[in-house]
Design a protein around this ligand. Structure first.
Ligand SMILES: Cc1ncc(C[n+]2csc(CCOP(=O)(O)OP(=O)(O)O)c2C)c(N)n1
Ligand SMILES: [Mg+2]
Length: 336
């Protein structure tokens, strides 16, 4: 993907639209634009999919896409497919290969109805996802795939998102050594991005339990230059705003390093640590149990939204929090 310049307001709007469409894919079988109050009948009969990783995928996707360099994006957490799908839909990439994915009301309905549905789209990234070279799904291979991809292509840069759970797999950890085998001078640039959301399926991650110093020293030991991007403000929208600034600076620093490497200077390649709450922008808690920033946001945070009034209302407020009416209208389409 090739960027068109860093315009923070634009990135924030796109992130809101993508997060809305992510939640809509996970939950809705009707009333996709909330044109009337949300009802039990609008909710899918069987709720499945992964929410927690999605906002981080969308943050990384849009910061990389907006940077003025040609960057390939490999997504390790393929279980966050609804986020990838939402972004590919909004960018018109899906419509290029699927004539039903029009960027209008019908296309939105199609996207949501067909997510994780027989004969429709799978729940995870898959070979039918435009541009996918690593499905995710089975965690571990994203970093190795990225090193393989840039072999013999000094003109290429590949940014690779690695979940902090994936980072615990033997394959991902062993792949951390590949920067010692492949020269970034003769090959393309690999930019690993650790998505430090602190949790895997139902437990904290080891990287999440390390101090910043311990994690930085671990990465330095593997021969990388660690750079932090933080979406950690209590207020989710402010968290995203600050993270976008951090991301732009991290990419500038990364490219300065890549330029030095290309000139043959001895310098460790960059490694971004993107720290976010798991399930950022999602519901904060349910019945006294923390959801945002906890493993409870990993899959479907409101499992009883089809039968429980309170959960339905939380879902409706969650969807409304993205203010989709400012981002889309039926006549003009997306206003992004
Ligand atoms: C090899 C492998 N083991 C287990 C799983 C099951 N699994 C699916 S998602 C997940 C947690 C991933 O956590 P993380 O990488 O931190 O991603 P996050 O959802 O937190 O962004 C696991 C263990 C898998 N997909 N692949
Ligand atoms: Mg994680």
């Amino acid at each position: 993907m090739k960027g068109s310049g860093y315009q923070k307001e634009k990135i924030l709007r796109k992130i809101r639209a993508a997060n809305y469409l992510t939640v809509a894919q996970l939950f809705l079988k009707d009333n996709f634009l909330l044109e009337k109050p949300l009802e039990f009948d609008d909710i899918k009969p069987r709720l499945l999919g992964h929410w927690g990783t999605c906002p981080g995928i969308t943050l990384a996707y849009n910061c990389l896409k907006s940077y003025d360099e040609d960057i390939e994006f490999v997504v390790g957490p393929g279980h966050g497919f609804p986020a990838l799908q939402a972004n590919l839909f909004l960018d018109g990439e899906l419509e290029k290969v699927d004539e039903n994915a029009t960027r209008d009301k019908n296309g939105i309905a199609y996207l949501c109805k067909k997510f994780s549905w027989p004969g429709g789209f799978p729940s995870h990234a898959s070979p039918i996802t435009p541009g996918v070279i690593c499905e995710g799904g089975e965690l571990g291979y994203a970093l190795a795939t990225s090193y393989g991809f840039m072999l013999g292509h000094p003109e290429k840069t590949v940014a690779v998102l690695i979940g902090d759970g994936e980072f615990e797999t033997a394959t991902a950890l062993a792949s951390m050594n590949l920067n010692k085998l492949f020269s970034g001078q003769k090959n393309g640039n690999v930019l690993p991005i650790l998505h430090l959301n602190g949790y895997k399926i139902s437990a904290p991650t080891i990287a999440g339990r390390k101090s910043e110093r311990e994690l930085s020293e671990l990465l330095r030991g593997f021969g990388f230059s660690p750079i932090f991007v933080k979406a950690t403000n209590e207020d989710a929208e402010l968290a995203l705003e600050y993270a976008i600034d951090d991301f732009e600076n991290a990419l500038k620093t990364s490219y300065e390093i890549f330029t030095k490497i290309k000139k043959g200077e001895t310098v460790n390649p960059p490694f971004i640590i993107m720290k976010t709450d798991k399930g950022l922008t999602g519901p904060e808690e349910l019945n006294g149990t923390k959801i945002r920033g906890n493993f409870k946001s990993h899959q479907i945070p409101l499992l009883n939204a089809k039968t429980d009034e309170k959960e339905l209302k939380i879902l409706e407020n969650w969807l409304k929090s993205y203010r989709m009416n400012e981002l889309f209208n039926a006549e003009k389409g997306f206003l992004l």
